[in-house]
Design a protein around this ligand. Structure first.
Ligand code: HEM
Length: 195
C-alpha cells in the first residue's frame, strides 16, 4: 500500500474524466451515494469532484479519492483499485462495444489492448496517458502480460484483466510479480488457461 502512495504521491500527469466518473459510480453502487459524497468532501479536490467523461483532471485526484475511500471503508487501497478495475472493464464492455467485435476470447482481447484498443482510445482522447500493456503468447494456453506505467496502477490492471476473463467466461489462473524499472513501474501477469 505504501509504495503505491509514495510513487503516486507526486501526481504524475493527468487522467481522463471517464476514470473518475466510473470510480464514483462504483463507490455509489458498491458502497453508497453517501460514502461517495463523503470521500469527495474529505478529498478537497481542485476539480471540486465534478467530472465529465471527456474532461482531463490531475491524476493525483484519483489517488486522493482512493486513499479516502480506503480510510472510510477500512479496505486496502490495493483491494479497492482491483475491485475498481473489474467494475471498469464491465463498463468498457457497455461503453465501447466496437472494441469487442470479432474478439473471441480473453487472450485474443488482451493481446489487442496495446496495438489496437489503447491506440483507438488515444485517437478518441488525444490527451490520454496510457500505460503499456505488452501481451505475448508463450504457449497456446499461457499468456504473459507486462504492464508498465509511471502511475504504478498494477492493481487496476489486475482488476481489468480479471474483468476481461469474467466477461469471456473462461477458466484462467493469474499469477503476478513486480519489478521497479528505470522507466517507472512494471507488473507482470502470467495467465494460464485450463487446457
Ligand atoms: C475496452 C477496453 C479498454 C478501454 C476502452 C480502455 C481505455 C482506457 C482509458 C480511457 C484510460 C484512461 C487514460 C487516461 O486517463 O489518460 C485507460 C487507462 C488504463 N488502462 Fe485501459 N482500456 C481498456 C482496456 C484495458 C485493459 C484490458 C487493461 C489491462 C491490462 C488496461 C489497463 C489500463 C490501466 C492500468 C490504465 C491506467 C493508467 C496507467 O496505469 O498508466 N486497459 N484505459
Amino acid at each position: 500500500m505504501f509504495s503505491f502512495l509514495a510513487s503516486c504521491g507526486s501526481g504524475v500527469g493527468v487522467m481522463k474524466g471517464v476514470v473518475f466518473t466510473e470510480f464514483l459510480e462504483m463507490v455509489e453502487d458498491n458502497f453508497s451515494p453517501n460514502i461517495a459524497d463523503q470521500i469527495v468532501e474529505a478529498s478537497d479536490l481542485p476539480s471540486g469532484g465534478i467530472y465529465t467523461a471527456v474532461g482531463t483532471y490531475d491524476h493525483q485526484e484519483i489517488v486522493t479519492l482512493v486513499q479516502n475511500l480506503s480510510a472510510e471503508t477500512n479496505i486496502g487501497i490495493d483491494q479497492l483499485l482491483h475491485a475498481f478495475g473489474k467494475h471498469l472493464f464491465g463498463r468498457f464492455v457497455e461503453g465501447y462495444p466496437a472494441f469487442f467485435d470479432g474478439q473471441q476470447n480473453a487472450f485474443q482481447f488482451l493481446q489487442s489492448v496495446e496495438e489496437y484498443i489503447h491506440v483507438e482510445v488515444k485517437k478518441l482522447y488525444p490527451d490520454a496517458e496510457l500505460p503499456s500493456i505488452i501481451a505475448s503468447l508463450e504457449a497456446p494456453n499461457h499468456l504473459k502480460i507486462v504492464y508498465r506505467s509511471d502511475r504504478n496502477m498494477g492493481d487496476l490492471a489486475h482488476g481489468l484483466i480479471e474483468g476481461c476473463i469474467k466477461h469471456f467466461d473462461e477458466a484462467i489462473d493469474i499469477r503476478r510479480s513486480y519489478a521497479t524499472v528505470e522507466t517507472g513501474h512494471q507488473t507482470e501477469f502470467d495467465l494460464r488457461r485450463a487446457a
